[in-house]
Ligand binder design. Structure first.
Ligand SMILES: Cc1cc2nc3c(=O)[nH]c(=O)nc-3n(C[C@H](O)[C@H](O)[C@H](O)COP(=O)(O)OP(=O)(O)OC[C@H]3O[C@@H](n4cnc5c(N)ncnc54)[C@H](O)[C@@H]3O)c2cc1C
Ligand code: SF4
Length: 617
């Protein structure tokens, strides 16, 4: 099998590479270890089911999102775990000091991410030596949204704020806006943030807490809604002259279901499987092979052999070759492939391979039993969507910290509320599992017989009520990127992640916990750490959803694996040499050399677009 280019992985970096290559008419092989995932009953289709028909014709493996939006959905969720099912959607990788959650499927992390598309602050990029400019971000945004008035050129769709209970209506006149305190000439978010929007409860709670904590500690803080890559109702953008609405032709928009990380049933998210289907997969020169895990890459004259395990056609170990190879398997995937290639001496790679792994300062925790000063419930309604809606940014003790509100999808509501009850009583009890078991079993009768009790208001609470007074924090910050990925395990060939000095000792976590205690107290609630950080599952651990690094950008192969355009350094050359292996690129989160303190997908996209554009000149 020979192609102009091979793209490994179909997440943010892989999709950008594939779209740009296909647009140039190149023959491309896309190798993805996972399958397609979608809603079982696709709504929003105005003419049949083009993707479904294409998938059937091409014998593509398709699976369906976990569905029931109550505790029974947990079974679907368990079935989608790659740890239990080889072609599952969620990959939960367990290491000594941190666990890492990533996705496996056509569309990569976009399938399970919460749509937040924001740039990092420049100071954070400068600190890690990442040369992404405002122009690079603007290019990535244009790639996603397309030019104004030209919806067909968009590779994804508009970014939107989704913080309202009621979208501002398309029929609103200038006077209506003025009556709402909104200057019609400016976007509403630039107006007085207190008045312009009807915020979701938890967005409002976060904003209120930020105001109080900022005053109390004297730390400047900024609250803002988050830009999300999803369809919001935007019919008012269709005018007689320009059809600029995304949601009208898609026949759908965000229904606030709060399950973005479990797959959006109304299909309101701009996931990359949609981009790939629209812009890449139907082109004649493109071959997608799902269920194909890449094992290693071998350099050969004029290009590379890519060796993969083909479970799509069932051919087993197979080799394809191309003069250009774009690694986009994500931090864990790309680093693992290169570590194997280095170990087998099939690529001359830098000694920096595996280094500069960053957790992006990922941290979580709860404010429990949020209460107003008058002792009544401070409503957060944590199950309502989208998953993240707003954020507070600050500089605390010399480091940038970002706190976002976070939904708990309804199917986790019962489990989460019971776990919090137990954690609140037990504190850091080593008997967590027994306590959890007891909490779960105490409801066995209810689970088996479901006898309604119309007298007790706590019996048969809705999922929304179960978490009405719980706030879930999603935090990012600037850790030191001192994690190292290497091969280990019994056969010496499994990916392992470790830190020389325990990651838990980095001061960032104490600063974040201090801040979350203050925020919880401002919400009239008690702060509860994640059980993993309390050490209740065996050892004090971080849970990382935004891993970065492993194939870091550097100036030569002495301090990096790739150059600023993602070209892999040739480590067979002298130390100060900037020579690269021609045609071999890393275009995903693995290239980012440290913490961004922001949700990283927009930065990864900007870096990938910069690399691919350079590769295709
Ligand atoms: C629950 C959750 C919520 C998140 N929310 C946000 C958010 O709101 N905003 C944000 O910016 N970021 C978010 N992230 C992080 C974001 O998803 C990642 O940063 C992003 O997906 C990384 O992009 P990537 O291109 O590096 O790799 P990925 O998107 O991870 O893609 C890698 C792809 O390569 C495939 N692959 C891996 N190894 C191989 C192999 N050997 N052979 C073949 N294929 C392989 C994988 O199956 C996958 O499809 C979230 C992450 C999680 C887990
Ligand atoms: S909140 Fe619900 S409807 Fe909106 S994008 Fe998320 S999953 Fe889809």
């Amino acid at each position: 099998m020979a192609f102009d280019a091979i793209v490994i992985g179909t997440g943010f970096g892989g999709t950008i590479a594939a779209v740009q290559l296909a647009a140039k008419g190149k023959s491309v092989l896309l190798l993805e270890r996972g399958t397609f995932w979608r809603s079982p009953d696709p709504i929003g289709l105005n003419s049949g089911d083009p993707f479904g028909d294409w998938a059937k014709t091409n014998k593509m493996p398709v699976q369906y999102w976990p569905r029931p939006d109550h505790r029974k959905g947990l079974l679907d969720f368990a079935a989608a775990l790659r740890n239990l099912h080889k072609f599952g959607l969620y990959q939960y990788s367990t290491f000594n000091q941190a666990d890492v959650l990533t996705a496996s499927g056509v569309g990569g992390g976009s399938l399970i991410y919460s749509n937040v598309s924001i740039p990092s602050v420049k100071a954070a990029r400068d600190r890690i030596g990442l040369n992404i400019s405002d122009a690079d971000y603007a290019a990535a945004r244009l790639w996603m949204e397309g030019p104004h008035g030209d919806r067909k050129s968009a590779n994804r769709g508009w970014l939107n704020y989704v913080v309202t209970k009621i979208p501002l209506g398309k029929d609103m006149t200038a006077t209506d806006f003025v009556n709402l305190g909104v200057d019609p000439a400016k976007p509403p978010m630039e107006q007085d943030k207190d008045e312009a929007y009807l915020l979701l409860d938890r967005s409002r709670v976060l904003r209120m807490a930020a105001k109080q904590v900022s005053q109390k500690l004297g730390v400047p803080m900024e609250w803002n809604p988050l830009e999300l890559s999803l369809l919001e109702y935007d019919g008012y953008k269709n005018t007689a002259a320009i059809k600029d609405s995304d949601s009208v032709p898609a026949h759908t928009h965000c229904e606030r279901q709060g399950r973005c990380i479990l797959g959006c049933l109304p299909q309101a998210r701009h996931t990359l499987n949609k981009t790939l289907f629209k812009k890449v997969l139907q082109k004649p020169g493109v071959t997608l092979m799902p269920k194909c895990k890449v094992l290693q890459i071998k350099q050969k004259p004029g290009g590379y052999d890519v060796v993969f395990d083909d479970e799509f056609t069932g051919n087993g170990e197979t080799t394809a070759s191309a003069p250009k190879v774009f690694l986009a398997g994500g931090v864990l995937g790309s680093t693992e492939i290169l570590l194997r290639s280095k170990k087998r001496n099939t690529l001359p790679l830098s000694a920096a391979l595996g280094t500069k792994f960053s957790t992006n300062g990922d941290f979580g925790g709860f404010a429990y039993k949020t209460t107003k000063p008058d002792k009544t419930v401070l409503p957060c309604y944590t199950t309502r969507g989208p998953i993240n809606t707003s954020h507070v940014s600050m500089n605390f003790n010399g480091r940038f910290i970002r706190i976002e509100d976070c939904a708990v999808p309804s199917m986790f509501a019962e489990f989460t509320s019971k776990a919090l009850e137990v954690l609140d009583d037990a504190g850091a009890s080593p008997n967590f599992f027994q306590l959890m078991g007891a909490a779960w079993q105490s409801n066995l009768g209810e689970h088996l017989f479901e006898v309604p009790n119309t007298v007790d208001p706590k019996n048969f609470q809705t999922e929304a009520e179960m978490l009405v007074d719980t706030f879930f924090f999603n935090v990012m910050g600037q850790d030191e990127a001192t994690g190292k990925l290497k091969l280990g395990g019994l056969d010496g060939d499994q990916l392992d992640l470790g830190w020389e000095a325990p990651i838990a000792q980095q001061k960032l976590w104490a600063d974040i916990e201090t801040m979350l205690r203050e925020f919880s107290s401002a919400m009239g609630g008690r702060f509860i750490d994640l059980p993993t950080w309390q050490g209740l599952l065996g050892k004090k651990k971080l849970v990382v959803v935004h891993p970065l690094g492993g194939c870091p950008i550097g100036s030569t192969h002495e301090d990096g694996v790739v150059d600023e355009f993602g070209q892999v350094f040739d480590a067979s050359k002298p130390a100060a040499s900037k020579a690269v292996l021609p045609g071999l690129y890393v275009v995903d989160g693995a290239a980012i050399p440290g913490a961004l303190a922001a949700n990283p997908s927009l930065t990864i996209s900007a870096q990938a677009l910069k690399s691919v554009t350079n590769a295709l000149v």
